[in-house]
Design a protein around this ligand. Structure first.
Ligand code: CA
Length: 230
């Protein structure tokens, strides 16, 4: 049975392109064009994933998501018209699983849908198996991956700890500065990038094929544990 994607989008051209691409990719799709109808569909017949535009007639996407989250944890990708808005949304902890900015390529949307579904459909056992590989020992700032010690600096350790505590969650650079560098006000967002780069290099030694820390264009970073068997 194919997975069902709900598209809540008031611009018919965008909705129709998304529907075409998602169908070719093997998904069933349903399209509604205002907030209240979107919420109704989310509550009465929750889809496997929802693409939810923020600027909608009747009720905006954030309000729809807030209401829906009280009843369903199925994944939602929010669509925003302004890249600058994503930082604010992350700060609000809006509860989305990913964010996409207009204008987007439909191909990119399909890739993101796949990635979110892969991540959220992993069962608890699978998630546990994936999580076991990386062990963080806070007392000694020591990280081991599959039993092998990673030699991390204290900063890299704290950064990895913040990211790894919430697998899949997207953090903006400003949030990472707040959470992982609270002891030092002089660290810049550029330093975060360079520490992420170092972490990737060190994590790659143990699992070269896996991208542990995903860059979300224009937004920040997310920790992606490998799925079992990867
Ligand atoms: Ca819109």
């Amino acid at each position: 049975m194919s997975l069902r994607i709900l598209i809540v989008e008031d611009e018919p051209d965008i909705a129709s392109v998304l529907q075409d691409y998602l169908r070719v990719a093997g998904y069933e799709t349903e399209h509604v064009s205002d907030g209240p109808t979107g919420l109704d569909r989310l509550l009465k017949d929750p889809p496997d994933l929802t693409l939810l535009d923020i600027m909608l007639p009747g009720m905006d996407g954030l309000a729809v998501l807030r209401e829906a989250r009280a009843h369903t944890h199925r994944p939602v990708i929010l669509i925003t018209a302004r890249i600058e808005e994503v930082d604010r949304l992350l700060g609000l902890d809006a509860g989305a699983d990913d964010y996409i900015c207009k204008p987007f390529s439909p191909r990119e949307v399909v890739a993101r849908v796949r990635a979110v579904l892969r991540r959220t459909q992993a069962g608890p056992d699978e998630a546990a198996a994936a999580g076991r590989a990386l062990v963080l020992d806070e007392a000694r700032w020591q990280a081991t991956l599959d039993g092998a010690a990673l030699s991390l600096t204290r900063r890299e350790f704290h950064l990895l700890q913040v990211l790894a505590r919430s697998p899949g969650r997207i953090f903006s650079r400003a949030q990472l500065l707040d959470l992982a560098y609270d002891d030092d006000a002089d660290v810049t967002e550029r330093a975060v990038d360079s520490h992420v780069k170092n972490l990737r290099r060190k994590l790659a030694v143990a699992a070269p094929a896996h991208e542990w820390i995903r860059s979300v264009y224009g937004v920040g970073f997310a920790f992606e544990p490998p799925s079992a068997g990867a």
